[in-house]
Design a protein around this ligand. Structure first.
Ligand code: NCD
Ligand code: ZN
Length: 343
């Protein structure tokens, strides 16, 4: 196959940052995606409908001229989020979900929830108004490779029993355990990133430590990557595209204590095409990228299209960013698909 035309996809998990960083990364997403679920982990986080409205305005103000793109906003759940804020979020129309981060789990999660049970009144309200809950599904007190599995066992099983009608997205799943759980559960879907489809944990230490492959949840063993590939290419609507593109400056990644996050917005669709082609499943890419996300969120599917063309190119070592450059996922590697420039 030399050319692949798809319904324009949506990125159901994206970090756009703010200020100068936002301006630098937004065009890459806009070139490929019609909409994105925008993560709220700014400093300080987006906690109220008012914060989300202001952030949405800043995103729209940073848009490249003449392009169309819809940022779909989320609120950051804290110990103090009130059920009233959920009602207001639903009424706003532009807040599409609440994001749960366990306190201390990842980049800018200091305001995160200290005990998920503290949120039961909020979950009750979310279930009532049909507002999805997005989970960073990790606990923080066990071995880093077990954090997702233990989160499911310790919290998710009982959350689902307490709130069977709450719609949940287990974000950036990384394990066979998560895939198995999602397959068996009602009202639960999952996003899958390009890095977790393309790499296992060995890449982190290939010939030396490679901080640009460090993200959270951390890359896992090959058997888990295989389970994710199988889920993503299975045609099951519970699994859909969410890049978790999370830009950090080169300096903050290449450091004694480097930040977690892979930047994939630059070439997200090419990365997914690579992964699907490797499984001989390019025919499953459109539904994963463009149908199942909006179906779960109950949005209309996009009607425009994008075209991917088969063309060898090299991922740049760096793209311009803020105080230092931004290193894309798989910098320096050859890729075989490219998104055709839209007219
Ligand atoms: C994200 C970031 O940098 O904002 N980092 C990451 O490794 N995925 C935070 C997150 O989604 O966990
Ligand atoms: Zn994320």
């Amino acid at each position: 196959m030399q050319k692949l035309t798809l319904t324009r996809p949506d990125d159901c998990h994206l970090h756009l940052r703010d200020g100068a960083a936002l301006k630098m990364v937004l065009p890459y997403t806009v070139q490929q995606f019609a909409r994105a679920i925008v993560m709220p982990n700014l400093k300080p986080p987006v906690r109220s409908v008012e914060d989300a409205a202001a952030y949405r305005d800043r995103i729209l103000a940073a848009m490249p001229a003449g392009k169309r793109f819809e940022p779909l906003m989320t609120l950051y759940l804290t110990d103090n989020t009130s059920p009233e804020e959920i009602i207001a979020a639903k009424a706003s129309g532009f807040v599409k979900a609440l994001k749960y981060y366990p306190a201390g789990a990842t980049t800018n999660s200091d305001f995160g929830v200290t005990d998920i049970r503290k949120c039961d009144r909020v979950f009750e309200a979310m279930q009532e108004v049909n507002m999805p809950l997005l989970l960073h599904g990790e606990v923080i007190d066990v071995d880093i490779f077990d954090r997702e599995r233990v989160f499911i066992e310790r919290h998710l099983v009982s959350l689902q029993q307490r709130f069977p009608n709450l719609r949940v997205v287990l974000e950036h799943v990384t394990t066979a355990d998560a895939v198995q759980f999602v397959l068996a559960a009602e009202n639960i879907a999952a996003t899958i990133t390009p890095q977790h489809l393309l790499f296992n944990r060995n890449i982190l230490f290939k010939g030396g430590i490679r901080p640009h492959f460090y993200c959270l949840p951390i890359l896992k063993r090959e058997e888990h990557r295989q389970a994710l590939l199988k889920a993503a290419t299975s045609g099951n609507p519970k699994f859909f595209l969410g890049t978790d593109s999370a830009p950090h400056t080169r300096n903050s990644k290449e450091s004694a204590c480097g930040c977690a996050g892979c930047f994939s917005a630059l070439h997200a669709m090419a990365l997914y095409a690579e992964a699907f082609e490797g499984e001989n499943a390019l025919d499953k890419l459109e539904a994963f990228a463009s149908f199942y996300g909006p179906d779960f969120y109950q949005f209309p599917r996009n009607t425009e299209q994008i075209t991917l063309i088969k063309k060898t190119w090299r991922v740049p070592d760096e793209v311009p960013f803020t105080e230092s450059g931004l290193v894309p996922l798989g910098a320096g590697q050859e890729m075989s698909w490219q998104v055709a420039e839209s007219e």
